[in-house]
Design a protein around this ligand. Structure first.
Ligand code: BES
Ligand code: ZN
Ligand code: ZN
Length: 490
């Protein structure tokens, strides 16, 4: 999607469609200045609630051929989050009419955060997961060009549009990757996608293959992979800043299970098809790298994506198998469906030993996180309150909802095994916390935050602002976290 910033006043904009924001709290307005036109509000057809739209053809006094009123609710409650959603609603309303070129007029008071939210909303709203459909939705006509008309152009607004465009496109890139089915996107195919992305963006890419990982002793990762005919990989993608602000080195670690059958502890078939999204963490860290390559923050960032397919093949690991992690602790695999923590254990230790100073992982790790938080929030777990606070701050600015959960030392007892150092499951209660406590054992004491994104990586139904399917969470938070890296941290 292409964007241009202009200062053309409302009547001068001659686009096929022109969108304006309408507020329910403003008095009716005859000249489309934010309030709902009187006839419309009298008719009750359009009340400017969020997600509501109305389309007027050949609006009087305007050059635009159509005017789209986008409801934004009460002006006092208008936040970047509402703006982002409205952007999505505008894109989808236009695409439903096969309109490919449009303008959005913004009145006074639009700042960089608002404009960024709008552009991200337009881009993510325009995404359709229809790669494999022969007949595309709306004849495949996507919104291509958008004029953003503002009262005055500033360098801050220009930068906001650029940042948002890059971030929104990275989020959609992640969504497309997550939507690839397990037969197409094997671990090696995912590595190839990462490699070509890195090449395109000027990032370094290294793929650790099975023999290499065997040599290094990534036994818990290899244990998960051994039930599949598809070999595992560890994808490593590096960004090095021209002028680093500090010696800090951020690691983004993403779970890349390209399909999770559960292994021998096999999952019920109902809904199993969705387990193609069990690589959403890997896709998100790679998507974040794609954006960071273009946005060039002053901090070194490396993505690590351990990728496997969890299958119950003839060589599959058995419940009760005991495996030694790269870090050295032994694990009793009581449930082969708790595979994410096994592959992440080795990857997190590798990231820490590679010299990364700050770790974040994103993983569709437990169904229990959706029991705890529903589908609005991802869960955050950390061994370092200050580091977690930085991530939560970045997520809030990026408009991604993340809620911190407890990590008291007593939870560690859930993971006791009679025969090994640790069990890979912690029993019925607090399932997301015991999973996080398991990961904590492998981060070598580095500041670390684990994001359990199983609750938010997949949208169950179409929304007026976004298509059903992969969401691309938490690409925006990860990008914002790195972009905000001004000061060397103590
Ligand atoms: N990939 C799943 C978690 C998941 C569940 C992601 C639902 C998305 C939607 C993970 O590997 C898993 O199977 N976890 C088990 C852990 C249990 C065996 C301790 C779970 O959540 O049931
Ligand atoms: Zn599983
Ligand atoms: Zn899984």
């Amino acid at each position: 999607m292409e964007f241009t910033l202009t200062t053309r006043p409302l009547p001068e904009i001659d686009a096929p469609a022109l969108a304006i924001l309408a507020f329910s709290s403003l008095p009716p307005s005859p000249d489309f200045a934010g309030g709902v036109p009187k006839e419309m509000s009298d008719s009750g057809e359009f009340t400017a609630k969020p997600n509501e739209t109305a389309l007027i053809h050949l609006p009087q006094g305007l050059k635009a051929r159509r005017l789209l009123l986008a409801g934004c609710g009460e002006q006092e409650k208008f936040t970047p989050a509402v703006m982002r959603q409205t952007g999505g609603v505008i894109a989808r309303a236009l695409q439903a009419r096969s309109i490919q070129q449009a303008a959005v007029r913004l009145e006074d008071g639009v700042d960089a955060a608002m404009l960024r939210a709008l552009v991200e909303g337009l881009i993510t709203g325009g995404f359709e997961p229809d790669l494999y459909k022969t007949e595309k939705k709306n004849g495949g006509k996507l919104l291509e060009r958008v004029e953003l008309s503002v009262p005055a152009i500033t360098p801050e607004l220009e930068a906001a549009v650029e940042t948002a465009r890059i971030t929104g496109e990275a989020q959609n890139w992640t969504r497309a990757l997550v939507n690839e089915p397990g037969n197409v996107l094997t671990p090696r195919a995912l590595a190839e996608r990462a490699r070509s992305m890195a090449e395109e963006c000027g990032l370094a890419c290294e793929i650790l293959d099975e023999p290499r990982m065997r040599q290094l002793g990534f036994n818990t990762l290899l244990g998960v992979a051994q039930g599949s005919a598809e070999p595992p990989v560890l994808i490593v993608v590096r960004y090095t800043p021209a002028q680093p602000a500090s010696q800090d080195h951020l690691a983004l670690v993403g779970k890349g299970v390209t399909f999770d059958t559960g292994g021998i502890s096999i999952k019920p078939s109902d809904g199993m098809e969705k387990m193609k999204y069990d690589m959403a963490g890997a896709a998100a860290v790679l998507g974040a790298m794609r954006a960071l390559a273009r946005l060039r923050p002053p901090v070194a960032v490396t993505a690590f994506a351990p990728c496997v397919e969890n299958m119950p093949g003839p060589k599959a690991q058995r419940p009760g198998d005991i495996v030694k992690t790269f870090q050295g602790k032994t694990v009793e695999v009581l449930n082969t469906d708790a595979e994410g923590r096994l592959i992440l254990a080795d990857a997190l230790t590798w990231a820490a030993r590679e010299g990364c100073t700050h770790l974040v992982d994103a993983a569709t790790l437990t169904g229990a996180i959706a029991v705890a938080l529903g589908n609005l929030y991802a869960g955050a777990f950390s061994n370092d309150a200050a580091w977690q606070q930085r991530l939560l701050g970045a997520a809030a600015r990026a408009g991604e909802r993340i809620w911190p959960l407890p990590m008291d030392a007593e939870y560690r007892e859930l993971l006791k095994s009679p025969f090994a150092d640790l069990a890979n499951i912690g029993g019925r209660w607090g399932g997301s916390i015991s999973a996080a406590k398991f990961l904590e054992e492998f981060v070598e004491g580095k500041p670390w935050v684990h994001l359990d994104i199983a609750s938010v990586a997949w949208l169950e139904e179409n929304k007026p602002w976004m298509a059903k399917g992969p969401t691309g969470f938490p690409v925006r938070a990860l990008v914002e976290l790195a972009l905000d890296w001004q000061q060397p941290s103590a």
